[in-house]
Design a protein around this ligand. Structure first.
Ligand SMILES: Nc1ncnc2c1ncn2[C@@H]1O[C@H](COP(=O)(O)OP(=O)(O)OP(=O)(O)O)[C@@H](O)[C@H]1O
Length: 306
């Protein structure tokens, strides 16, 4: 059984169509990412999955349960990362965990959670006094307090510095290692690439792409691979252009820049080896998830610029 099934989900607020038609399935044990520009409908989608909002159309299932009709059952198996503002500043870390633990039939051991998420020495600290990274660790610990089988993390690392972000990634990997399915909403391509098994790119309330991070990156702009180097001796540019996969060859002073598809690097390096030419100062650029994201959601950039 899939951990999450979303089928033709639709949600409107007055005259705003937040989610027009979203469908995807998250397999048990996956880290599944939702990417999309601002206002694409990501939060609305995860709120419908969490049972916090009622869809206008379509179906959502979490481990086969309907978040609206089986509300209590879903609450017991689904952990949702809370926005930090939902905790009072004066509550202590241990108190917050104990309070949330009391909502579940089979909660995790609070002492163990404090240890596991590196909060043991902050057990008596007040929430308002925690650093951003500590708050994030508490947010994950709170999402895990009910021993969930699925967790939803919405922009977990927004506002964290690069160190804290990397620590948060390790925490997400720990969550998965514990056998929990993770649904992650993120704005960071590096995060999506590093953590997610599969991604749905949502744009204007619809899924515009659903693939692995590598599969999505491969859908980037046509010149998917680019290599730039300084040849140790003269190169016949016409011969380079004729190689399989090469789409363009440009001279930039002493350097050559060759662009092409996935085969271009192999073809050019084999050619240079045959000619006993050394490629000095070699740089290879591959099309990234960033490029693919921009290409898939390019109207958002255009609208921002307008
Ligand atoms: N409570 C609400 N009332 C009215 N409109 C809303 C409400 N919540 C969201 N919207 C609108 O619905 C659309 C989708 O919003 P949503 O928060 O789901 O997008 P998002 O992809 O999570 O965006 P972001 O990346 O900026 O968080 C937006 O146009 C937003 O303004």
């Amino acid at each position: 059984m899939p951990a999450i099934t979303v089928s033709h989900l639709r949600k409107t607020y007055d005259d705003t169509i937040a989610v027009a038609d979203v469908s995807f399935e998250v397999g048990a044990g996956e880290i599944f990412g939702i990417l999309g520009p601002n206002g694409a409908g990501k939060t609305t989608t995860v709120e419908c999955i969490s049972g916090l909002r009622t869809p206008d159309g379509g179906e959502v299932r979490v481990l086969g349960l309907d978040p609206r009709h089986d509300r209590e059952e879903v609450r017991q198996v689904l952990g949702v990362q809370l926005q930090e503002s939902q905790l009072p500043g004066k509550i202590q870390v241990r108190e917050a965990l104990e309070l949330y633990a009391s909502f579940y039939r089979d909660p995790a051991d609070v002492g163990e959670l404090l240890e596991q998420w590196g909060l043991a020495d902050k057990a008596k600290a007040r929430f308002g006094r925690l650093s951003g990274g500590q708050k994030q660790r508490l947010a994950i610990a709170l999402a895990m307090v009910g021993n969930p089988r699925v967790v939803v993390l919405d922009e977990l690392t927004t506002g964290l510095d690069p160190h804290a972000r990397r620590t948060a990634w390790e925490l997400v990997e720990q969550v998965r290692a514990a056998g929990v399915t993770v649904l992650l909403v993120t704005h960071f391509m590096e995060e999506a690439e590093r953590l997610c098994d599969r991604l749905a790119v949502i744009d204007r309330g619809r899924v515009v792409a659903l693939d692995t991070p590598a599969g999505l990156a491969a859908r980037g702009p046509a010149a998917a691979q680019r290599m730039r180097f300084r040849p140790s001796q003269a190169v016949d540019v016409a011969e380079l252009r004729a190689l399989p996969g090469v789409t363009s060859v440009e001279r930039h002073g002493a350097h050559l820049e060759v662009a092409g598809d996935a085969d271009v690097i192999g073809a050019v390096t084999a050619y240079l080896a045959r000619r006993q030419i050394i490629a000095a100062e070699l740089r290879v650029e591959q099309s990234s998830l960033d490029d693919a994201f921009i290409a898939l959601t390019s109207h958002a950039t255009a609208a921002q610029e307008a």
